[in-house]
Design a protein. Structure first.
Length: 245
């Protein structure tokens, strides 16, 4: 759906983006992904997709890193089992900004619709990044989760304090913050009986007769696990565990 033109009086028409360079963890700084064009263009890609989705001008500028996490947050976990790396993207907004995003995307400025719009915007941003990295040989799978309980909110807060990259600020002070966290995600071997929802396969899952059941790189769902459980209960399976799980 093509977004409607944004009126000049819109609070989001004067978005300014503040970008801060964060230091990568030593284990990640040397990862091959950091040499990709998609990695170098991470902030610009985020700026572009937010501008396109909200149909509002967005520009990049420097700003300090902050450990504060706005009231509502959604995270997208992108995991590549072949390269054993995970990129987590967190979008967060205070209630006024969430309401305005809801108005622009869903034509409804209630908080509930604002939160729904934040989830949709997170999905769109992560999807664009997923496509960009796919063009350079990284097959990311994606899952989305929000700050639905205290434990997940604390996890998001730790991510934000570790690697804050981009903040989009409206003229009235409402802000949409984007955080990026890159970490190695080495495959571990577990019992097939212990497969769990969200695990990303680091090898093909095959039957006793060597028939392919599920391909490498697939993010498992509860229903998929039930379908293959009888074939893999007594096997060892290599998986990557996304940060959200």
């Amino acid at each position: 759906m093509k977004p409607a033109p944004v009126a000049e009086s819109s609070r989001l028409s004067d978005f300014e983006t503040r970008s801060s360079a964060a230091t990568l963890p030593p284990a990640t700084a040397s990862h091959a992904i950091t040499q990709l064009t998609s990695w170098a263009g991470l902030q610009e890609a985020t700026r572009a997709v937010v501008a396109e989705t909200l149909n509002a001008p967005v520009v990049l500028a420097l700003a300090p890193t902050s450990s504060a996490l706005p009231a509502y947050a959604v995270a997208c976990s992108l995991t590549d089992a072949e390269h054993q790396v995970e990129l987590t993207v967190v979008l967060a907004a205070a209630n006024p900004a969430a309401r305005e995003i809801g108005r622009l995307m869903l034509e409804d400025s209630t908080l509930a619709h604002g939160q729904a719009a934040m989830g949709e915007l997170s999905n769109i941003v992560a999807g664009r990044l997923q496509t960009n990295f796919a063009g350079e040989g990284y097959a990311f799978t994606m899952s989305i989760y929000g700050d639905t309980d205290d434990a997940k909110r604390e996890r998001l807060r730790r991510l934000a304090s570790a690697f804050a990259s981009v903040a989009l600020t409206a003229g009235d002070g409402a802000a949409l913050d984007a955080y990026f966290f890159l970490r190695p995600n080495a495959a571990v071997e577990i019992s097939g009986a212990d497969l769990f929802d969200g695990a990303v396969l680091a090898e093909d899952l095959v039957s006793d007769r060597n028939a392919l059941l599920v391909r490498t790189g697939t993010r498992l769902t509860s229903s998929a696990i039930e379908q293959v459980r009888d074939h893999v209960q007594r096997k060892r399976v290599k998986v990557c565990t996304p940060h959200s799980d």
